[in-house]
Design a protein around this ligand. Structure first.
Ligand code: NAD
Length: 425
Protein backbone atom coordinates (compact mmCIF):
# COMPACT_ATOMS: atom_id res chain seq x y z
CA UNK A 1 0.00 0.00 0.00
CA UNK A 2 1.19 3.51 -0.81
CA UNK A 3 1.65 6.08 1.93
CA UNK A 4 0.23 9.58 1.53
CA UNK A 5 3.43 10.94 -0.07
CA UNK A 6 3.64 8.15 -2.63
CA UNK A 7 -0.04 8.70 -3.46
CA UNK A 8 0.57 12.41 -3.96
CA UNK A 9 3.55 11.75 -6.24
CA UNK A 10 1.57 9.37 -8.46
CA UNK A 11 -1.42 11.73 -8.65
CA UNK A 12 0.88 14.68 -9.44
CA UNK A 13 2.22 12.60 -12.35
CA UNK A 14 -1.28 12.32 -13.81
CA UNK A 15 -2.13 15.98 -13.15
CA UNK A 16 1.04 17.22 -14.82
CA UNK A 17 0.01 15.53 -18.08
CA UNK A 18 -3.33 17.38 -18.36
CA UNK A 19 -2.14 20.16 -20.68
CA UNK A 20 -0.54 17.66 -23.09
CA UNK A 21 -3.67 15.53 -23.09
CA UNK A 22 -5.85 18.51 -23.97
CA UNK A 23 -4.01 18.93 -27.26
CA UNK A 24 -2.71 15.42 -27.94
CA UNK A 25 -5.49 13.08 -26.78
CA UNK A 26 -7.95 13.55 -29.62
CA UNK A 27 -10.56 11.34 -31.24
CA UNK A 28 -8.13 8.85 -32.80
CA UNK A 29 -6.05 8.47 -29.62
CA UNK A 30 -9.11 8.07 -27.42
CA UNK A 31 -10.62 5.47 -29.73
CA UNK A 32 -7.31 3.61 -29.78
CA UNK A 33 -7.16 3.71 -25.97
CA UNK A 34 -10.70 2.29 -25.76
CA UNK A 35 -9.85 -0.47 -28.23
CA UNK A 36 -6.74 -1.35 -26.20
CA UNK A 37 -8.80 -1.45 -23.03
CA UNK A 38 -11.35 -3.73 -24.69
CA UNK A 39 -8.64 -6.06 -25.99
CA UNK A 40 -6.97 -6.27 -22.60
CA UNK A 41 -10.29 -7.08 -20.92
CA UNK A 42 -10.91 -9.81 -23.49
CA UNK A 43 -7.44 -11.25 -22.85
CA UNK A 44 -8.13 -11.34 -19.10
CA UNK A 45 -11.78 -12.37 -19.45
CA UNK A 46 -11.52 -15.72 -17.65
CA UNK A 47 -9.28 -14.31 -14.96
CA UNK A 48 -11.74 -11.49 -14.27
CA UNK A 49 -14.60 -13.96 -13.85
CA UNK A 50 -12.42 -16.07 -11.52
CA UNK A 51 -11.40 -13.05 -9.42
CA UNK A 52 -15.02 -11.92 -9.02
CA UNK A 53 -15.91 -15.55 -8.20
CA UNK A 54 -13.24 -15.62 -5.50
CA UNK A 55 -14.50 -12.38 -3.98
CA UNK A 56 -18.25 -12.91 -4.23
CA UNK A 57 -18.72 -16.65 -4.70
CA UNK A 58 -20.30 -15.95 -8.07
CA UNK A 59 -20.23 -18.56 -10.88
CA UNK A 60 -17.94 -17.65 -13.78
CA UNK A 61 -20.77 -17.47 -16.33
CA UNK A 62 -22.72 -14.99 -14.21
CA UNK A 63 -19.60 -12.90 -13.48
CA UNK A 64 -18.87 -12.73 -17.19
CA UNK A 65 -22.45 -11.70 -17.96
CA UNK A 66 -22.87 -9.00 -15.34
CA UNK A 67 -19.33 -7.68 -14.92
CA UNK A 68 -17.38 -8.13 -18.16
CA UNK A 69 -19.94 -7.92 -20.97
CA UNK A 70 -21.48 -4.60 -19.84
CA UNK A 71 -18.01 -3.00 -19.81
CA UNK A 72 -17.28 -4.31 -23.30
CA UNK A 73 -20.69 -3.04 -24.46
CA UNK A 74 -19.96 0.36 -22.94
CA UNK A 75 -16.59 0.55 -24.70
CA UNK A 76 -18.27 -0.22 -28.04
CA UNK A 77 -21.03 2.33 -27.37
CA UNK A 78 -18.59 5.10 -26.41
CA UNK A 79 -16.41 4.34 -29.43
CA UNK A 80 -19.40 4.50 -31.76
CA UNK A 81 -20.70 7.87 -30.55
CA UNK A 82 -17.51 9.64 -29.61
CA UNK A 83 -17.06 11.58 -32.84
CA UNK A 84 -20.52 13.12 -32.44
CA UNK A 85 -20.04 13.90 -28.74
CA UNK A 86 -16.73 15.64 -29.41
CA UNK A 87 -18.10 17.84 -32.18
CA UNK A 88 -18.41 21.56 -31.34
CA UNK A 89 -22.02 22.74 -31.26
CA UNK A 90 -23.01 26.10 -32.69
CA UNK A 91 -25.28 28.20 -30.50
CA UNK A 92 -27.81 30.62 -31.98
CA UNK A 93 -27.32 34.29 -31.09
CA UNK A 94 -29.88 35.99 -28.85
CA UNK A 95 -31.36 39.44 -29.36
CA UNK A 96 -28.61 41.02 -27.27
CA UNK A 97 -25.82 39.18 -29.12
CA UNK A 98 -27.01 39.55 -32.72
CA UNK A 99 -24.03 39.81 -35.04
CA UNK A 100 -21.78 37.54 -32.92
CA UNK A 101 -21.26 33.81 -33.17
CA UNK A 102 -20.91 31.27 -30.39
CA UNK A 103 -20.20 27.57 -30.06
CA UNK A 104 -19.79 24.96 -27.34
CA UNK A 105 -16.48 23.08 -27.45
CA UNK A 106 -16.32 19.88 -25.37
CA UNK A 107 -13.09 19.74 -23.39
CA UNK A 108 -11.65 17.14 -21.03
CA UNK A 109 -11.74 18.05 -17.37
CA UNK A 110 -8.24 16.73 -16.64
CA UNK A 111 -7.87 13.95 -14.05
CA UNK A 112 -10.79 12.11 -12.48
CA UNK A 113 -10.74 10.14 -9.23
CA UNK A 114 -12.98 7.06 -9.29
CA UNK A 115 -13.84 5.40 -5.99
CA UNK A 116 -15.67 2.09 -6.43
CA UNK A 117 -17.79 -0.19 -4.22
CA UNK A 118 -17.66 -3.97 -3.86
CA UNK A 119 -21.06 -5.13 -5.15
CA UNK A 120 -20.03 -5.20 -8.82
CA UNK A 121 -16.32 -4.83 -8.19
CA UNK A 122 -15.14 -4.92 -11.81
CA UNK A 123 -18.08 -3.23 -13.55
CA UNK A 124 -18.42 -0.29 -11.18
CA UNK A 125 -14.69 0.47 -11.22
CA UNK A 126 -14.30 0.08 -15.01
CA UNK A 127 -17.49 1.65 -16.30
CA UNK A 128 -16.62 5.20 -15.15
CA UNK A 129 -13.06 4.66 -16.42
CA UNK A 130 -14.48 4.07 -19.91
CA UNK A 131 -16.46 7.34 -19.78
CA UNK A 132 -13.56 9.34 -18.37
CA UNK A 133 -11.09 8.08 -20.99
CA UNK A 134 -13.61 8.60 -23.81
CA UNK A 135 -13.92 12.19 -22.61
CA UNK A 136 -10.14 12.63 -22.78
CA UNK A 137 -9.26 12.45 -19.10
CA UNK A 138 -6.69 10.53 -17.10
CA UNK A 139 -7.95 8.56 -14.10
CA UNK A 140 -7.00 7.48 -10.62
CA UNK A 141 -8.99 4.41 -9.59
CA UNK A 142 -9.57 3.16 -6.03
CA UNK A 143 -11.29 -0.27 -6.15
CA UNK A 144 -13.02 -1.65 -3.05
CA UNK A 145 -10.81 -3.31 -0.46
CA UNK A 146 -13.66 -5.74 0.31
CA UNK A 147 -13.11 -7.52 -3.03
CA UNK A 148 -9.30 -7.94 -2.94
CA UNK A 149 -8.89 -10.45 -5.80
CA UNK A 150 -10.71 -8.17 -8.26
CA UNK A 151 -8.90 -5.12 -6.90
CA UNK A 152 -5.49 -6.79 -7.47
CA UNK A 153 -6.48 -7.78 -11.01
CA UNK A 154 -7.67 -4.25 -11.84
CA UNK A 155 -4.32 -2.95 -10.54
CA UNK A 156 -2.53 -5.28 -12.97
CA UNK A 157 -4.81 -4.92 -15.96
CA UNK A 158 -5.48 -1.17 -16.22
CA UNK A 159 -1.90 0.15 -16.32
CA UNK A 160 -1.14 -2.41 -19.04
CA UNK A 161 -4.09 -1.28 -21.14
CA UNK A 162 -3.80 2.47 -20.51
CA UNK A 163 -0.18 3.30 -19.64
CA UNK A 164 0.25 6.91 -18.57
CA UNK A 165 -3.51 7.43 -18.42
CA UNK A 166 -4.41 5.52 -15.30
CA UNK A 167 -3.09 4.82 -11.81
CA UNK A 168 -4.75 2.23 -9.58
CA UNK A 169 -4.60 2.69 -5.81
CA UNK A 170 -5.45 -0.38 -3.76
CA UNK A 171 -6.52 -0.11 -0.13
CA UNK A 172 -9.27 1.00 2.21
CA UNK A 173 -10.44 4.19 3.89
CA UNK A 174 -6.95 5.60 4.54
CA UNK A 175 -5.95 5.33 0.86
CA UNK A 176 -9.32 6.75 -0.15
CA UNK A 177 -8.89 9.72 2.18
CA UNK A 178 -5.31 10.39 1.04
CA UNK A 179 -6.63 10.46 -2.52
CA UNK A 180 -9.52 12.76 -1.60
CA UNK A 181 -7.00 15.31 -0.32
CA UNK A 182 -5.53 15.66 -3.83
CA UNK A 183 -6.73 18.40 -6.24
CA UNK A 184 -8.54 16.23 -8.80
CA UNK A 185 -10.65 17.82 -11.51
CA UNK A 186 -13.60 15.52 -10.88
CA UNK A 187 -14.51 12.87 -8.31
CA UNK A 188 -16.81 10.01 -9.25
CA UNK A 189 -17.91 8.08 -6.16
CA UNK A 190 -20.13 5.00 -6.05
CA UNK A 191 -21.09 3.78 -2.59
CA UNK A 192 -23.19 4.44 0.46
CA UNK A 193 -24.82 7.78 1.34
CA UNK A 194 -22.80 7.99 4.59
CA UNK A 195 -19.44 7.80 2.80
CA UNK A 196 -20.85 10.03 0.04
CA UNK A 197 -21.10 12.84 2.60
CA UNK A 198 -17.45 12.33 3.60
CA UNK A 199 -16.43 12.41 -0.08
CA UNK A 200 -18.34 15.59 -0.73
CA UNK A 201 -16.91 17.33 2.33
CA UNK A 202 -13.38 16.38 1.25
CA UNK A 203 -14.05 17.54 -2.31
CA UNK A 204 -15.25 20.90 -1.01
CA UNK A 205 -11.75 21.65 0.32
CA UNK A 206 -10.45 21.68 -3.28
CA UNK A 207 -13.74 22.86 -4.84
CA UNK A 208 -13.70 19.66 -6.89
CA UNK A 209 -16.98 18.78 -8.65
CA UNK A 210 -18.41 15.47 -7.52
CA UNK A 211 -20.63 12.82 -9.04
CA UNK A 212 -22.25 10.68 -6.36
CA UNK A 213 -23.79 7.32 -7.24
CA UNK A 214 -25.40 6.33 -3.97
CA UNK A 215 -27.74 3.66 -2.75
CA UNK A 216 -31.13 3.70 -1.08
CA UNK A 217 -34.44 1.92 -1.01
CA UNK A 218 -36.11 1.35 -4.40
CA UNK A 219 -39.75 0.41 -3.78
CA UNK A 220 -42.06 -1.63 -6.01
CA UNK A 221 -45.72 -0.62 -6.31
CA UNK A 222 -48.24 -3.09 -7.69
CA UNK A 223 -51.53 -1.76 -9.01
CA UNK A 224 -54.89 -3.53 -8.87
CA UNK A 225 -54.49 -4.40 -12.54
CA UNK A 226 -50.92 -5.77 -12.31
CA UNK A 227 -50.00 -8.85 -14.31
CA UNK A 228 -49.07 -10.96 -11.28
CA UNK A 229 -47.04 -13.58 -13.11
CA UNK A 230 -44.96 -10.91 -14.80
CA UNK A 231 -44.53 -8.91 -11.59
CA UNK A 232 -43.48 -12.02 -9.64
CA UNK A 233 -40.92 -12.96 -12.29
CA UNK A 234 -39.25 -9.53 -12.38
CA UNK A 235 -39.37 -8.97 -8.63
CA UNK A 236 -38.07 -12.45 -7.78
CA UNK A 237 -35.21 -12.12 -10.25
CA UNK A 238 -34.39 -8.53 -9.30
CA UNK A 239 -34.14 -9.51 -5.66
CA UNK A 240 -31.87 -12.55 -5.96
CA UNK A 241 -29.52 -11.53 -8.76
CA UNK A 242 -26.24 -10.69 -7.02
CA UNK A 243 -28.06 -11.81 -3.81
CA UNK A 244 -29.96 -8.52 -3.78
CA UNK A 245 -26.70 -6.55 -3.48
CA UNK A 246 -27.58 -4.05 -6.20
CA UNK A 247 -28.21 -0.36 -5.65
CA UNK A 248 -31.38 -0.59 -7.78
CA UNK A 249 -32.62 -3.96 -6.46
CA UNK A 250 -36.33 -3.90 -5.62
CA UNK A 251 -36.17 -3.19 -1.88
CA UNK A 252 -39.76 -3.80 -0.74
CA UNK A 253 -43.17 -4.24 -2.41
CA UNK A 254 -46.47 -2.40 -1.87
CA UNK A 255 -49.41 -4.61 -2.89
CA UNK A 256 -53.19 -4.19 -2.89
CA UNK A 257 -54.34 -6.17 0.15
CA UNK A 258 -56.34 -8.73 -1.82
CA UNK A 259 -53.33 -9.59 -4.01
CA UNK A 260 -50.94 -10.33 -1.10
CA UNK A 261 -51.54 -14.09 -1.10
CA UNK A 262 -51.44 -14.61 -4.88
CA UNK A 263 -48.32 -12.48 -5.32
CA UNK A 264 -46.49 -14.22 -2.45
CA UNK A 265 -47.36 -17.60 -4.02
CA UNK A 266 -46.15 -16.49 -7.43
CA UNK A 267 -42.84 -15.13 -6.05
CA UNK A 268 -42.33 -18.33 -4.03
CA UNK A 269 -42.83 -20.39 -7.20
CA UNK A 270 -40.36 -18.21 -9.13
CA UNK A 271 -37.72 -18.52 -6.42
CA UNK A 272 -38.15 -22.28 -6.24
CA UNK A 273 -37.36 -22.43 -9.93
CA UNK A 274 -34.25 -20.27 -9.63
CA UNK A 275 -32.33 -21.57 -6.59
CA UNK A 276 -33.73 -19.15 -4.03
CA UNK A 277 -31.06 -16.85 -2.69
CA UNK A 278 -29.28 -17.00 -6.01
CA UNK A 279 -25.74 -18.12 -6.43
CA UNK A 280 -23.86 -15.08 -5.18
CA UNK A 281 -22.55 -14.92 -1.62
CA UNK A 282 -23.10 -12.05 0.79
CA UNK A 283 -19.85 -10.12 0.47
CA UNK A 284 -18.43 -10.58 3.97
CA UNK A 285 -19.24 -11.63 7.54
CA UNK A 286 -20.12 -8.08 8.56
CA UNK A 287 -22.83 -7.82 5.90
CA UNK A 288 -24.05 -11.38 6.61
CA UNK A 289 -24.42 -10.41 10.28
CA UNK A 290 -26.08 -7.09 9.28
CA UNK A 291 -28.77 -8.95 7.30
CA UNK A 292 -29.35 -11.41 10.13
CA UNK A 293 -29.67 -8.48 12.53
CA UNK A 294 -32.33 -6.91 10.26
CA UNK A 295 -34.23 -10.22 10.35
CA UNK A 296 -33.89 -10.60 14.12
CA UNK A 297 -35.08 -7.03 14.70
CA UNK A 298 -38.08 -7.52 12.37
CA UNK A 299 -39.02 -10.87 13.99
CA UNK A 300 -38.68 -9.48 17.51
CA UNK A 301 -41.06 -6.65 16.59
CA UNK A 302 -43.68 -8.98 15.15
CA UNK A 303 -42.87 -9.56 11.45
CA UNK A 304 -43.35 -13.01 9.91
CA UNK A 305 -40.31 -14.30 8.03
CA UNK A 306 -40.47 -17.15 5.51
CA UNK A 307 -37.15 -18.54 4.24
CA UNK A 308 -37.33 -20.05 0.75
CA UNK A 309 -34.51 -22.52 1.29
CA UNK A 310 -31.63 -23.33 3.60
CA UNK A 311 -28.81 -20.86 4.34
CA UNK A 312 -25.21 -21.94 3.90
CA UNK A 313 -23.40 -19.70 6.37
CA UNK A 314 -20.00 -21.30 5.65
CA UNK A 315 -20.31 -19.90 2.09
CA UNK A 316 -22.27 -16.82 3.25
CA UNK A 317 -25.14 -17.92 0.97
CA UNK A 318 -28.41 -16.60 2.29
CA UNK A 319 -31.76 -17.98 1.13
CA UNK A 320 -34.30 -15.46 -0.12
CA UNK A 321 -36.96 -14.53 2.41
CA UNK A 322 -40.43 -13.06 2.27
CA UNK A 323 -41.38 -10.80 5.17
CA UNK A 324 -44.90 -9.77 6.08
CA UNK A 325 -46.18 -7.65 8.94
CA UNK A 326 -43.22 -5.24 8.87
CA UNK A 327 -43.79 -1.83 10.49
CA UNK A 328 -42.09 1.56 10.27
CA UNK A 329 -40.37 0.95 13.63
CA UNK A 330 -38.30 -1.92 12.21
CA UNK A 331 -34.78 -1.23 10.91
CA UNK A 332 -35.60 -3.11 7.71
CA UNK A 333 -38.18 -0.42 6.89
CA UNK A 334 -35.68 2.44 6.93
CA UNK A 335 -32.26 0.92 6.05
CA UNK A 336 -31.30 -0.06 2.51
CA UNK A 337 -31.68 -3.87 2.63
CA UNK A 338 -28.96 -4.79 0.09
CA UNK A 339 -29.65 -8.53 0.42
CA UNK A 340 -32.24 -11.18 -0.55
CA UNK A 341 -34.94 -10.12 1.94
CA UNK A 342 -38.27 -8.93 0.55
CA UNK A 343 -40.90 -7.19 2.71
CA UNK A 344 -44.43 -7.38 1.25
CA UNK A 345 -46.57 -4.47 2.44
CA UNK A 346 -50.35 -4.47 1.84
CA UNK A 347 -52.30 -1.31 1.05
CA UNK A 348 -55.95 -0.40 0.57
CA UNK A 349 -55.59 2.88 -1.26
CA UNK A 350 -52.77 3.88 -3.59
CA UNK A 351 -52.42 7.09 -1.57
CA UNK A 352 -50.82 4.97 1.21
CA UNK A 353 -47.70 3.79 -0.67
CA UNK A 354 -47.41 7.18 -2.35
CA UNK A 355 -47.32 8.99 0.97
CA UNK A 356 -44.94 6.35 2.43
CA UNK A 357 -42.57 6.88 -0.51
CA UNK A 358 -42.80 10.65 -0.23
CA UNK A 359 -42.05 10.51 3.49
CA UNK A 360 -38.57 9.04 2.88
CA UNK A 361 -35.55 10.11 0.81
CA UNK A 362 -36.24 10.19 -2.92
CA UNK A 363 -35.63 6.69 -4.31
CA UNK A 364 -33.07 5.93 -6.97
CA UNK A 365 -35.80 3.97 -8.78
CA UNK A 366 -39.48 3.15 -8.32
CA UNK A 367 -40.85 0.07 -10.05
CA UNK A 368 -44.51 0.13 -11.08
CA UNK A 369 -46.45 -2.99 -12.10
CA UNK A 370 -49.81 -2.13 -13.60
CA UNK A 371 -51.49 -0.04 -16.26
CA UNK A 372 -51.32 3.54 -17.43
CA UNK A 373 -53.29 5.00 -14.48
CA UNK A 374 -50.87 3.62 -11.91
CA UNK A 375 -47.89 4.87 -13.88
CA UNK A 376 -49.44 8.30 -14.38
CA UNK A 377 -50.13 8.70 -10.67
CA UNK A 378 -46.65 7.60 -9.64
CA UNK A 379 -45.10 9.89 -12.24
CA UNK A 380 -47.17 12.85 -11.07
CA UNK A 381 -47.12 12.28 -7.32
CA UNK A 382 -43.65 10.87 -6.57
CA UNK A 383 -40.09 11.81 -7.45
CA UNK A 384 -37.29 9.33 -8.19
CA UNK A 385 -34.23 8.99 -10.41
CA UNK A 386 -36.13 6.63 -12.71
CA UNK A 387 -39.49 4.90 -12.94
CA UNK A 388 -39.38 1.31 -14.20
CA UNK A 389 -42.67 0.05 -15.65
CA UNK A 390 -43.49 -3.66 -15.54
CA UNK A 391 -39.83 -4.63 -15.08
CA UNK A 392 -36.96 -4.25 -12.60
CA UNK A 393 -33.24 -3.36 -12.89
CA UNK A 394 -33.35 -2.67 -16.65
CA UNK A 395 -33.27 1.18 -16.54
CA UNK A 396 -29.83 0.82 -14.94
CA UNK A 397 -28.34 -1.07 -17.88
CA UNK A 398 -29.92 0.96 -20.67
CA UNK A 399 -26.97 2.67 -22.36
CA UNK A 400 -29.01 5.47 -23.86
CA UNK A 401 -30.70 6.48 -20.62
CA UNK A 402 -29.07 8.75 -18.09
CA UNK A 403 -28.68 7.01 -14.77
CA UNK A 404 -28.95 8.56 -11.38
CA UNK A 405 -31.14 9.70 -8.57
CA UNK A 406 -32.39 12.99 -7.28
CA UNK A 407 -30.99 14.97 -4.37
CA UNK A 408 -28.59 13.08 -2.17
CA UNK A 409 -29.38 9.69 -3.75
CA UNK A 410 -27.10 10.35 -6.69
CA UNK A 411 -26.16 13.17 -8.97
CA UNK A 412 -25.14 11.91 -12.30
CA UNK A 413 -25.72 12.02 -15.99
CA UNK A 414 -22.99 9.51 -16.64
CA UNK A 415 -24.56 7.84 -19.64
CA UNK A 416 -24.56 11.14 -21.50
CA UNK A 417 -20.78 11.33 -21.16
CA UNK A 418 -20.46 13.04 -17.79
CA UNK A 419 -16.93 14.22 -18.18
CA UNK A 420 -17.39 16.10 -21.43
CA UNK A 421 -17.48 19.70 -20.32
CA UNK A 422 -18.19 22.67 -22.47
CA UNK A 423 -16.50 26.01 -22.95
CA UNK A 424 -17.79 28.92 -25.00
CA UNK A 425 -15.70 30.85 -27.50
P1 NAD B 1 -19.03 2.25 0.85
O1 NAD B 1 -19.59 3.63 0.81
O2 NAD B 1 -18.81 1.61 2.17
O3 NAD B 1 -17.60 2.18 0.09
C1 NAD B 1 -17.42 2.66 -1.22
C2 NAD B 1 -15.96 3.07 -1.40
O4 NAD B 1 -15.65 4.12 -0.48
C3 NAD B 1 -14.95 1.95 -1.16
O5 NAD B 1 -13.95 2.01 -2.16
C4 NAD B 1 -14.37 2.29 0.21
O6 NAD B 1 -13.00 1.92 0.36
C5 NAD B 1 -14.49 3.81 0.26
N1 NAD B 1 -14.68 4.29 1.64
C6 NAD B 1 -15.30 3.63 2.66
N2 NAD B 1 -15.30 4.40 3.78
C7 NAD B 1 -14.65 5.54 3.45
C8 NAD B 1 -14.32 6.73 4.19
N3 NAD B 1 -14.66 6.88 5.47
N4 NAD B 1 -13.64 7.71 3.55
C9 NAD B 1 -13.31 7.58 2.24
N5 NAD B 1 -13.58 6.49 1.51
C10 NAD B 1 -14.25 5.48 2.09
O7 NAD B 1 -20.02 1.40 -0.07
P2 NAD B 1 -19.99 -0.17 -0.35
O8 NAD B 1 -20.41 -0.90 0.90
O9 NAD B 1 -18.71 -0.55 -1.01
O10 NAD B 1 -21.14 -0.30 -1.46
C11 NAD B 1 -22.49 -0.44 -1.14
C12 NAD B 1 -23.24 0.87 -1.31
O11 NAD B 1 -23.02 1.40 -2.62
C13 NAD B 1 -24.75 0.69 -1.21
O12 NAD B 1 -25.31 1.79 -0.49
C14 NAD B 1 -25.21 0.71 -2.67
O13 NAD B 1 -26.54 1.05 -2.86
C15 NAD B 1 -24.27 1.72 -3.24
N6 NAD B 1 -24.17 1.57 -4.68
C16 NAD B 1 -24.67 2.54 -5.51
C17 NAD B 1 -24.62 2.36 -6.89
C18 NAD B 1 -25.15 3.36 -7.86
O14 NAD B 1 -24.84 3.23 -9.03
N7 NAD B 1 -25.92 4.36 -7.44
C19 NAD B 1 -24.03 1.21 -7.42
C20 NAD B 1 -23.53 0.25 -6.54
C21 NAD B 1 -23.59 0.45 -5.18
Amino acid sequence: MDDANAIKTRVDGLLSGSADRRSGFGLAQRKAALVRLGETILAYRDEIARAVGTDLGKPAVEADLVEVLPVLAEIAHRGRHLRRWMRPRRVMPTLMTLGTSAALYPQPKGVALIIAPWNFPFLLALSPVVSAIAAGNAVAVKPSELTPATSALIARLLPQALPGLVEVFEGGQDVSQALLAQPFDHIFFTGSPGVGKIVMAAAARNLTPVTLELGGKSPVVLGEDADLARAARWIAWGKVVNAGQICVAPDHVYIPERLMGPLAAAIRAEWQGMAAGGTTAIVNDRHYARLNALLADASAKGAQVEALGPDRPELRHMAARLLTGTTAEMAISSEEIFGPLLPLIPYRDLAEPISAINAGPKPLTIYAFGGADLVARLRAETSSGSLGVNLTIMPFIHQNLPFGGIGIRAWVRRMAGWALTASAT
